[in-house]
Write a protein that binds this ligand. Structure first.
Ligand SMILES: CC(C)(COP(=O)(O)OP(=O)(O)OC[C@H]1O[C@@H](n2cnc3c(N)ncnc32)[C@H](O)[C@@H]1OP(=O)(O)O)[C@@H](O)C(=O)NCCC(=O)NCCS
Length: 374
């Protein structure tokens, strides 16, 4: 075996590109989107502002925000064949797979599908952002055997998503927490799904293909799938007193605790801190702190035993549960938000494209002679 000087398993520490979209400031473990603190954007602004910032390069003026919201609302519809496709998918298909399939299929009706100009990609990104909650709404309605709600122009993006997921008009506190989670999920540098999107775009493929690949990559439990896995764990633990023995047993078995640790953050994930605080307030207002309490107990054991901290997927799990959202929808919500970051990266990739094609170190046999099958 040859030791290649540039080889790094998992590409850890390798700079694979340049971006002006986001960064984790390592001195403070703070996430910034184009220079703005992501948590502040989530607490004080709407998801639409963050999506505008990522896609168009700056925060919108009031008039620009109004137009962006109108464009999103105009795009809030699914063609009848897409609705038929969603209905035809097997009931047991994971919503993440259904989202990947349905959004990919919308390419067939998108007038800009082959146009890779910046303007066309912004239009396509707005359509994909608008349609993703509707795909989830169609799936939720199908599974609950109820009608799919009409999109509402008096609700913002987070409100429309909640409406689709629960079938009910959400209250403003619920919308605010969902909005925060969407902003915190919107963008995160060269993570695995974004890298997938950029690799795809680097071949001069198109936005729908990049997003489809990214959704598939996000699904894994080491990436976006962790929020669902974390909720399954919280349900399994069931009560605060069982948290300590449950975690100790899992660690003894060398199991990974879902929703903990991170490749980039080393001290804490500031997104998790923001969402935990907002979620705790909502839980107290609701008088339902059961899972927030179990989560705190698990966090204390993880800190003591492994010095590991929760990432954003951990509070997302119990916050979404509090909002009445079915567990299989958690990772698709992450995807519905991250479309903004993925699309912004695709636009950035096209602006200065070079085919992404790394080398691999060959460690297989040499010099074998072909013999025909005998
Ligand atoms: C996110 C993650 C994939 C980062 O992985 P990574 O940078 O490759 O780090 P590693 O998996 O090599 O972990 C380094 C060490 O911490 C431990 N560790 C990391 N995350 C852990 C977790 N969630 N539970 C228990 N131990 C963990 C590893 O076992 C390893 O210990 P070791 O050196 O004794 O073998 C990893 O922390 C993880 O699997 N977390 C759970 C899944 C998750 O929440 N993903 C969402 C990320 S936003």
């Amino acid at each position: 075996m040859h030791d290649h000087p540039h080889y790094s398993p998992g590409l850890e520490g390798i700079v694979a590109g340049r971006t002006s979209l986001s960064d984790v400031r390592s001195d403070v473990d703070k996430l910034i989107y184009r220079g703005y603190d992501a948590s502040e954007l989530g607490h004080r602004g709407e998801f639409e502002e963050t999506a505008h910032l990522l896609l168009l390069g700056r925060l919108p003026s009031l008039a620009e925000l109004d137009k962006f919201k109108r464009d999103l609302h105009t795009a809030r519809s699914l063609e009848q064949p897409i609705l038929n496709l969603i209905r035809a998918l097997p009931d047991q298909m994971h919503p993440m797979d259904a989202l990947r399939t349905a959004l990919s299929a919308t390419a067939g009706w998108d007038p800009d599908v082959e146009d890779n100009s910046r303007e066309a990609n912004i239009r396509k990104a707005i359509r994909l952002l608008a349609k993703a909650p509707l795909v989830l709404g169609a799936l939720a309605a199908k599974s609950a055997k109820r009608a799919m709600p009409e999109a509402r122009s008096d609700l913002n993006h987070a409100g429309n998503l909640l409406l689709q997921l629960t079938g009910k008009v959400p209250d403003s506190d619920d919308v605010a927490v969902m909005n925060l989670s969407l902003v915190l999920y919107a963008e995160h540098g060269y993570n695995a799904s974004t890298f997938t999107a950029r690799v795809c775009a680097s071949t001069l493929s198109d936005l729908h293909s990049s997003i489809t690949g990214a959704i598939g990559t996000l699904k894994g439990p080491l990436h976006g799938g962790a929020n669902e896995a974390a909720m399954t764990m919280l349900e399994e633990v069931g009560e605060v007193d069982k948290a300590e023995p449950w975690v100790m047993d899992a660690l003894r078995q060398k199991k990974k605790i879902m929703g903990f640790g991170h490749r980039v953050y080393k001290q804490c994930d500031s997104r998790a801190v923001s969402l935990r605080e907002a979620g705790r307030k909502l839980a107290e207002k609701r008088g339902d702190t059961r899972f927030a309490d179990i989560a705190d107990a698990i966090e204390a054991v993880m800190k003591r035993e492994k010095n590991l901290f929760p990432n954003v997927d951990f509070p997302c799990a119990w916050v979404y549960r509090l909002l009445g959202i079915p567990v299989p929808m958690y990772t698709p919500i992450f995807a519905a938000s991250r479309i903004s970051g993925w699309a912004a990266h695709v636009i950035e990739q096209f602006e200065n494209n070079r085919l992404i094609r790394p080398d691999a170190e060959y460690i297989g046999p040499l010099g074998l002679e072909y013999e025909p099958p005998r």
